[in-house]
Structure formats: structure tokens, C-alpha cells
Write a protein that binds this ligand. Structure first.
Ligand SMILES: Nc1ncnc2c1ncn2[C@@H]1O[C@H](COP(=O)(O)OP(=O)(O)OP(=O)(O)O)[C@@H](O)[C@H]1O
Ligand SMILES: [Mg+2]
Length: 339
């Protein structure tokens, strides 16, 4: 494992089985994550994007071993944690943290938020109760909930959505983790507060040298925070590369569809780059390229042969038999009447 890499993921897979057992119903195998490989460097942010149901949250939970993978390998700081028993994982847990999609579910509604922030230090026996309380007050101040003595005893219902998310961030940061999976951390936050909360995360990141997997389906948020972007479709990565490059010059038709469907583009243009239908059912993945039934560029080969994620140079990877030519998006925007 080359120096500087904090996480190496190879061929990760997670299938969920529904029905078919004692409770009956048709048996369905949901291929939530179906062969995902990537590496994350120290201090780097990967933006993980894709439509609802593409497997982003499952990927995040797998790499932190909050879910048991069915196949593949996860190396954290060079240690193979894929099947590490909980007793061995436990001392590593403080180094890897997750911020969940919905702050309502990540905070106990009856627990004062200061106690919630202090809790990880106590649970992992890294501080006495009074030390943990001191640290929690520092963190409250740090995330802008001042005066901290006032906020410490409030319960989540007494805070706004943005304030709750600051608490969630403080709680994740009190252990000074090296790896953070942030799952849509601003999607439930008022638009006016988003930039400030993202800045807060970035400040922690700089200070701790934190590596981040930032899950979002908002490409404008990904553009703000990510060094690299990985686009997921039905459990697979279909395109990856430096964030600016991928967003300026997408090469996978699905990435192009996501970009041209974004509200900032749509407002000004008549139509998006058309793809057909809704995201497919992860319990019924089509043969060949899983995107081919929706793809405007699909050929007969695409319905037979699954493309692998191939290196096209300059750190860019694309899983497509028939990728868009370089400069495609710029040309397409021109044909839409604007350059
Ligand atoms: N515990 C589970 N049991 C059964 N199916 C699950 C479970 N967790 C996730 N799934 C299914 O796996 C697929 C991928 O889910 P996942 O939550 O990873 O998607 P996502 O990309 O995070 O979507 P969203 O943008 O809506 O959060 C979905 O079809 C989902 O219903
Ligand atoms: Mg999710």
C-alpha cells in the first residue's frame, strides 16, 4: 500500500436478500454494492454521487465496517479490516467516523446535546467524565454554538436543523478521526446555512488531515468539497476522476445526464441530455452494461458485455464501451443555445 493512502477498497460487494424465507413473499436479491474498488488518500475528499438507490450509503457503511461485506477487501491504514472481529475493530473505531443522512436519527431526542458530543470519549474510555465535558464545551464553541454552556444542556428539539447538524459534526470530530464518511450532511439543512456548515467540515479536515467520503446527490455540493468524484450507478462506479475534470468534461453518458439534469443547468436550458426511464431496480439488474436500457449511446455490445472501469488517462476512469468524446459537454451546451 503506497504511503499516503488511508483506505484501499477492492471488489466490494453487498447483497441484501428480501422475502422468500419464513415470512414468505417472493425472494429478491438486492445488489446494493456490486464490485466497487477505489483508494482514498490521507486528507483527500472523494465526492460519491449518484441517484437514490445507487448504493452510496451502503458503500459508506461497508468501508467503516458498520455492515459486513459479502465479498471484497477493505484496507484501513494498511490493515485488512474486511473480516476483523468487533473486538479487534473496537480500538480502531475512533479513527473512522460517520455522519448520517438524517440528524434526527443520529441524536437521542432526550439526551442533552453536550452529553451527546462528550459520549464517544467516555464510551471509548479516552477521557474522564469531566475531561469529556470540557472537550465537548470546546467543540460546541468551535462549531459555532455559543455560548457553549447555554447549548450544552439543550435537547435536539430545541435546536434548528443547522444547529443539530453542527452537533453531529462536533460529535464525530471529538475523537479526531482520520476517516470520515459524511452521508448527505447538508441535505436536511436550510440552504442558507449549507455553505457555512461545509466550511466547518473543511476546516476540521485541514486541521486533522482528515480523509473524507462525502456522499451527495447534489453535484454543486460535490464541486465545492470534493477533490475527486466517483459516480455510482446500481451498485457500481461508472466514472471517477478529479472533480473539476469530471464535471467539466464528463465521459460516461450517465454522468452527462446527471450534470445536465442539475437545476443550475436546467434553469437555463430547454432540455437535459435525455436518458430514458427511472433508475433500474437493484434486484433486477440488466445484463451487459447495467446502464444500457437507459443509455442514448447503447449498442448491441452493451447489452451483452459489462464494461470494466478503464483508465483513460489523467487520473480518469470510465466504465463504458462507447464513452462520450472529450469536450462533449461544452459542445452540447452550445447546441442548447448558450456556450
Ligand atoms: N438493510 C437493507 N436491507 C435491504 N435493502 C437495503 C438495505 N439497505 C439498503 N438497501 C437497498 O440497497 C439499495 C441501495 O441503497 P443505498 O441506501 O445504499 O442507496 P443510496 O445511494 O444511499 O440512496 P439514497 O440517495 O436514497 O440515500 C437500495 O435499493 C436499498 O433499498
Ligand atoms: Mg443514502
Amino acid at each position: 500500500m503506497p504511503a499516503g493512502e488511508i483506505l484501499v477498497v477492492e471488489g466490494l460487494r453487498k447483497y441484501f436478500v428480501k422475502g422468500g424465507g419464513f415470512l414468505g413473499g417472493p425472494r429478491r436479491v438486492i445488489k446494493a454494492v456490486d464490485g466497487v474498488s477505489f483508494t482514498l488518500r490521507k486528507g483527500e475528499t472523494i465526492g460519491l454521487v449518484g441517484e437514490s438507490g445507487s448504493g452510496k450509503t451502503t458503500t459508506g457503511r461497508l468501508v467503516l465496517r458498520l455492515l459486513e461485506p459479502d465479498a471484497g477487501r477493505i484496507l484501513f491504514e494498511g490493515v485488512d479490516i474486511t473480516h476483523l472481529p468487533e473486538s479487534k475493530l473496537r480500538p480502531m473505531r475512533p479513527r473512522m467516523q460517520m455522519i448520517y443522512q438524517d440528524p434526527y436519527w443520529s441524536l437521542n431526542p432526550r439526551k442533552p446535546v453536550g452529553e451527546a458530543i462528550a459520549e464517544p470519549l467516555i464510551v471509548h474510555r479516552l477521557a474522564s467524565r469531566s475531561e469529556a465535558r470540557e472537550r465537548a464545551l470546546e467543540l460546541l464553541e468551535r462549531v459555532g454554538l455559543t455560548p457553549p454552556e447555554d447549548f450544552y444542556w439543550r435537547i435536539p428539539a430545541q435546536l434548528s436543523g443547522g444547529q443539530r447538524q453542527r452537533v453531529v459534526i462536533a460529535r464525530a470530530m471529538i475523537l479526531k478521526p482520520e476517516l470520515l464518511v459524511a452521508d448527505e450532511p447538508v441535505s436536511m439543512v436550510d440552504v442558507s446555512m449549507r455553505a457555512e456548515i461545509l466550511r466547518l467540515l473543511k476546516d476540521f479536515q485541514r486541521e486533522y488531515g482528515l480523509a473524507m467520503i462525502f456522499i451527495t446527490h447534489d453535484l454543486s455540493v460535490a464541486r465545492l468539497v470534493a477533490d475527486r468524484i466517483m459516480v455510482m450507478y446500481l451498485g457500481r462506479i461508472v466514472e471517477a476522476g478529479p472533480a473539476e475534470e469530471v464535471l467539466r468534461d464528463p465521459r460516461h453518458p450517465y454522468t452527462a445526464a446527471l450534470i445536465t439534469a442539475a437545476p443550475s443547468v436546467r434553469r437555463r436550458r430547454r432540455r437535459r441530455y435525455e436518458i430514458r426511464g427511472e433508475i433500474a431496480d437493484p434486484s433486477n439488474i440488466p445484463p451487459g452494461c447495467r446502464f444500457h436500457p437507459r443509455c442514448p449511446r447503447a449498442t448491441e455490445r452493451c447489452s451483452r458485455e459489462e464494461p470494466s472501469l478503464a483508465d483513460i488517462g489523467d487520473g480518469r476512469l470510465v466504465a463504458c464501451h462507447n464513452p462520450l468524446p472529450p469536450g462533449w459537454l461544452r459542445e452540447w451546451l452550445k447546441t442548447q443555445g448558450e456556450s
